[in-house]
Design a protein. Structure first.
Ligand code: PMP
Length: 398
């Protein structure tokens, strides 16, 4: 019956989590693989604002009816205001179609299904490199996926001219998947001037920008991290935005995200919203209620919102501190090399430039886990392990 079914090779990042869990070197092992924020104590945090919201949900207990296909109204409003800014014209004009989704992944999937259905000849282009699941999700939705030049290991920056030249070769309605901030996996973002240039090309070539923002608040701040999204709207682009609350609310397992499509007119936005709902109906019918309720409560209460932003900035600052400490510790051990990139890169990740063989040595000899492509989740470092990790990296670099 199933003899024709081919085995699944497993996900490179999630597979690493299993390997880490099964590693019995519990006294020294360090998980810098998965993109998860851990506290200084190495724990997954429950944010204070979330605890308050959950206390409200629990007392009196809320009934768990089905949510609308597109999620709670207060949740959708929160997504829109975070992404596009409070009281912005595009929201007031009703030109944004937003749905709550199952994490950022769900937003990418619903968006990709919608594009495949209504722009059947569109191809999707992702940065080289990108988060691996971008490729799987768009291919899974039936689109052909290609890569555009992005990361330049020589400069630890962006191959900007090559990226622009590549965009010039694309066809109308081709999708370009962009990371507005905290690029995963490299931590290398476009500058504001570069966004201006890229988005002008996107507009002139009539490409579809699909902006995936999973780390809002971890780069510079909530507004600055949304710069590229707001610039795209300012330029009058029709833009898809997928957002995730997994990291900035530490609600990974609740699967909370959103998909917003900015349309040229309210009428088009309404039609798009209808089709997005139908897409949802055909896959999972409606989103889970708990995450929607938490976001609705936190984001629509001024004090809780402020508390949340503050908690995100604490996470951001701890990561920055770890970047600086790792950089200094490595610089001390290998003064002839330049580790300045650790503090230049933004967000949770750092592309270390370590080879797959060096990453394997880190894992086997030192129980330090990172992704084979050399991506390190800096949020897995803390004051208790940063020197150990620096030693281990220095050893494999010698
Ligand atoms: N986009 C990017 C760039 C990500 O890094 C992630 C999470 N690793 C996602 C989307 C998916 O987020 P979620 O876990 O909310 O599905």
């Amino acid at each position: 019956m199933f003899t024709h079914v081919t085995p699944y090779a497993g996900d490179p990042i999630l597979g690493l989590m299993d390997k880490f869990a099964n590693d019995d070197r519990t006294d020294i092992k360090v998980n810098l693989g998965v993109g998860v924020y851990y506290t200084e104590d190495g724990k997954l945090p429950v944010l204070e604002c979330v605890k308050t919201a959950e206390a409200k949900i629990a007392n009196p207990p809320r009934p768990r009816g089905y949510l609308p296909m597109d999620g709670l109204a207060g949740y959708k409003k929160a997504c829109q205001e975070l992404l596009f800014g409070k009281d912005t014209a595009v929201i007031k004009e009703g030109r944004v179609a937003t749905i709550a989704t199952l994490g950022g992944s769900g937003a990418l999937k619903v968006g990709a299904d919608f594009i495949h259905e209504w722009f059947p000849t569109a191809k999707c282009y992702v940065s080289d490199p990108t988060w691996g699941n971008h490729i799987s999700i768009f291919e899974g939705a039936g689109l052909q996926v290609g890569k555009y030049p992005y990361y330049d290991p020589a400069t630890i920056g962006v191959k900007f001219d090559e990226m622009c030249a590549f965009f010039e070769t694309l066809n109308e309605n081709d999708v370009v998947l962009l990371h507005p901030c905290c690029h995963n996996p490299t931590g290398v973002d476009l500058s504001r001037e570069q966004w201006e240039v890229v988005l002008d090309i996107v507009k002139r070539k009539k490409l579809i920008p699909f902006m995936d923002i999973a780390y809002q608040g971890f780069g510079d701040d909530m507004d600055a991290d949304a710069f590229a999204i707001r610039l795209a709207v300012e330029k009058g682009l029709t833009v898809f935005v997928s957002n995730s609350f997994s990291k900035n609310l530490s609600l990974y397992g609740e699967r909370v995200g959103g998909l917003s499509v900015v349309a040229p007119t309210k009428a088009e936005a309404d039609t798009v919203l209808g089709q997005l709902k139908f897409t949802v109906r055909r896959i999972y019918s409606s989103p889970p209620s708990h995450g929607n309720a938490v976001v609705d409560i936190v984001m629509n209460d001024e004090a809780l919102f402020e508390q949340w932003v503050d908690e995100v900035y604490q996470m951001r600052d701890r990561i920055r501190d770890m970047r600086a400490k790792l950089q200094a510790a490595l610089q001390q051990r290998l003064p002839e090399r330049d580790f300045g990139y650790f503090t230049k890169q933004r967000g949770m990740f750092s592309f270390t430039g370590l080879t797959a063989a060096q990453v394997a040595r880190l894992r086997e000899e030192f129980a330090v886990y990172m992704v084979d492509n050399g991506r390190m989740c800096v949020a897995g470092l803390n004051n208790a392990n940063v020197e150990y990790v620096a030693n281990a990296i220095a050893e494999v670099l010698k």
